[in-house]
Design a protein around this ligand. Structure first.
Ligand SMILES: [Mg+2]
Length: 288
């Protein structure tokens, strides 16, 4: 295990107001079963301590709402790899407004949109196909097909298809062709990332979205300490924005070796098991 002490005494003494950002797939949720059961003791502890847990996932709004309900979570969340930030009404005392971002008031949330328009991503998929790339997005697939490739139930696969800002896709080709595909994505002014699936998205990522919330928490609470837990490349921008970045082992039992960030902690344990270990150790060590 790559154990590193997280805090020196001096940092420990200034730690305040812990905020936890978390990925879902393969991190808080088991890769195969999408269960967070192994993380329950840690989830219970952060609930008792009223520590905000901000979900930051490639999943859609409706999928995340489903898990928030299961988790009894009422904190802000980030959908579709940073495409949308959803802040429950009256969550922050201060008014959430920024000239920099498009913001919409809904009944239950203030929504900040950072992501591309889904229609534009679908057009880009068409263009990639016409350029000879054999790509297929969730928008090209039936709910049954999404269920088959993801292991999601039919009901959950239907929620995964309700997309606003990001398109998960499959590429039927050789690995050595991937750089050319990614160049073609870039030539359209778009980006790609990788979690469980490949994704095409606009100028948004988990880190940009997390930074917006970190800023709001700071304005609200003053000094804060931020922890983020992930497992894949699409978590890197989020991990780079926090004080304490953590990755858990992927379903193959390995840490993603492509992730290299200063201060990165590679927690022992796969998915939710590693997640619980990280949270319990962190809170235990910091006496939050
Ligand atoms: Mg993940």
């Amino acid at each position: 295990m790559d154990y590193q002490p997280w805090f020196s005494g001096s940092i420990l003494s200034i730690m305040k107001n812990l905020i936890i950002f978390t990925d879902l797939d393969g991190t808080l949720l088991d890769y195969d079963t999408y269960s967070f059961e192994k993380a329950l003791p840690a989830l219970q502890l952060i609930r008792e301590k009223h520590i905000p847990l901000v979900i930051c996932s490639s999943k859609t709004r409706i999928e995340i709402e489903h898990y928030r309900k299961k988790l009894g979570n009422s904190h802000p969340f980030i959908s579709e790899n940073g495409g949308g930030i959803f802040i429950p009404k009256n969550y922050f005392n201060l008014r959430v407004e920024s000239l920099e971002f498009r913001e919409e008031q809904e009944d239950t949330y203030t929504v900040i949109r950072l992501g591309a328009r889904y229609d534009d991503l679908r057009k880009a998929m068409e263009q990639l196909r016409s350029e000879g790339f054999n790509v297929r997005g969730f928008g090209d697939m039936t709910v049954k097909e999404i269920s088959d490739v993801s292991g999601l139930s039919i009901a959950e696969a239907a929620m995964a298809k309700e997309r606003d800002f990001d398109e998960p896709f499959f590429f039927d080709g050789e690995n050595h062709e991937l750089p050319r595909l990614f160049e073609a994505v870039k030539a359209k002014g778009l980006k790609h990332t990788q979690g469980r699936f490949l994704h095409i998205l606009g100028n948004s990522d988990k880190g940009r979205a997390a930074a917006v919330l970190i800023d709001l928490y700071k304005k609200e609470l003053g000094e804060i300490t931020t922890l983020a837990i992930g497992d894949s490349l699409n978590d890197v921008p989020m991990l780079e924005k926090v004080d304490c970045p953590v990755i858990v082992r992927k379903h193959d039992g390995e840490h993603d070796e492509r992730i290299s960030i200063a201060n990165l902690v590679k927690e022992d344990g796969t998915g939710p098991e590693g997640w619980a270990r990280a949270v319990l150790r962190f809170i235990g060590e910091t006496k939050n």
